[in-house]
Design a protein around this ligand. Structure first.
Ligand code: SF4
Length: 308
């Protein structure tokens, strides 16, 4: 009888550590599926390119709703911006565990490295993640495995511990050497791609959450477009360029107002919330202020296209 192939689900950002984690397992003839996540605040585009260039089978999971709950109320707080990295990472591993169980994978693996991040990747934190994700014995960190307790999957012979690595710390030297040795040339640099780590975006998100308890997908999308002014709980969103203007036109929805100058070039504006005469006046002044073709004194004379 043919022996069933061992199947691993590898958490995959597309960065070097996750590529190497996948490659280490592939070298043991384990069937690897890379798993990348999509949310309101990041997508899988970098991971897709990396997976394709490194010939790694990849799939994505959209966890926008559960992720936005973590963003609103992170148990372990935020990083330097509105990034709830510890809870976000834990959620990803938990979700990977759910997929593993539902789809018959043998274990979950990650590119985590012992000691790479002092707070979230020390021995105690790695153990805690495993426990909280409900993956005790079934979560493998191939890059640091030899420095960690032997997992149930290694004991069961599904993975050869002898071929796993003992990397620790913040230096990337060993990873770069391995990349060279294994011909891994394409991987995005670490960081980037997650809007939650951007201070400016964090401020906008904070303001949104102060005003709206349960933002919709469209509220989050609007946060990524144009300048936002809040007046008495109503948002006036102003396009900064033609790309923003186009996006605003595609994002406005029933109940919003789309406002544009009639005979002059200028920014498109979406108003979301309670629309009063005072808000309308403010929005018109903002449009004129950002149009290169009008003067503030034109305010009373200009005509606007209003779409509701
Ligand atoms: S940087 Fe963004 S995607 Fe990465 S763990 Fe932090 S919140 Fe999650």
């Amino acid at each position: 009888m043919m022996k069933k192939k061992v199947r691993a689900l590898v958490l995959f950002s597309g960065g070097l550590d996750s590529v190497l984690a996948a490659k280490i397992l592939e070298k043991q003839n384990i069937e690897v599926t890379a798993l990348s996540f999509v949310s309101y605040f990041f997508d899988d585009s970098k991971a897709k390119v990396s997976a394709e260039k490194n010939r790694i089978r990849m799939r994505s999971a959209d966890f926008s709703d559960s992720h936005s709950e973590v963003v609103k109320n992170p148990k372990r707080g935020y990083g330097s911006a509105m990034n709830p990295c510890i809870d976000c990472h834990l959620l990803m591993i938990r979700e990977a565990g759910r997929i593993m169980r539902e789809e018959g994978f043998d274990f979950v693996a990650t590119g985590e490295i012992l000691g790479q991040r002092p707070m979230s990747q020390n021995l105690a934190a790695l153990k805690l993640i495993e426990k909280e994700a409900g993956l005790e014995g079934k979560l493998l960190r191939p890059l640091s495995a030899k420095l960690l307790e032997e997992t149930a999957i290694e004991k069961a012979g599904l993975v050869d511990r002898g071929q796993l690595l003992d990397i620790s710390g913040r230096s990337r030297k060993r990873q770069f050497e391995l990349a060279k040795e294994w011909g891994v040339e394409h991987y995005p640099s670490p960081g980037g791609g997650c809007m939650l780590t951007e201070i400016g975006f964090g401020k906008k998100l904070k303001k949104l959450l102060e005003n709206i308890k349960h933002p919709s997908a469209s509220d989050y999308a609007l946060l990524q477009t144009g300048r936002i002014f809040w007046i008495d709980g109503t948002r006036i969103i102003v396009g900064r360029n033609s790309a923003d203007n186009g996006r605003l036109k595609s994002l406005w929805e029933k109940g919003d107002m789309l406002l544009e100058l009639k005979d002059f070039m200028g920014p498109s504006v979406v108003i979301r919330g309670k629309i009063t005469d005072g808000i309308m006046d403010e929005a018109k002044k903002i449009i004129i202020g950002y149009s290169r073709h009008t003067k503030d004194s034109d305010y009373k004379k200009l005509e606007f296209t209003i779409t509701t």
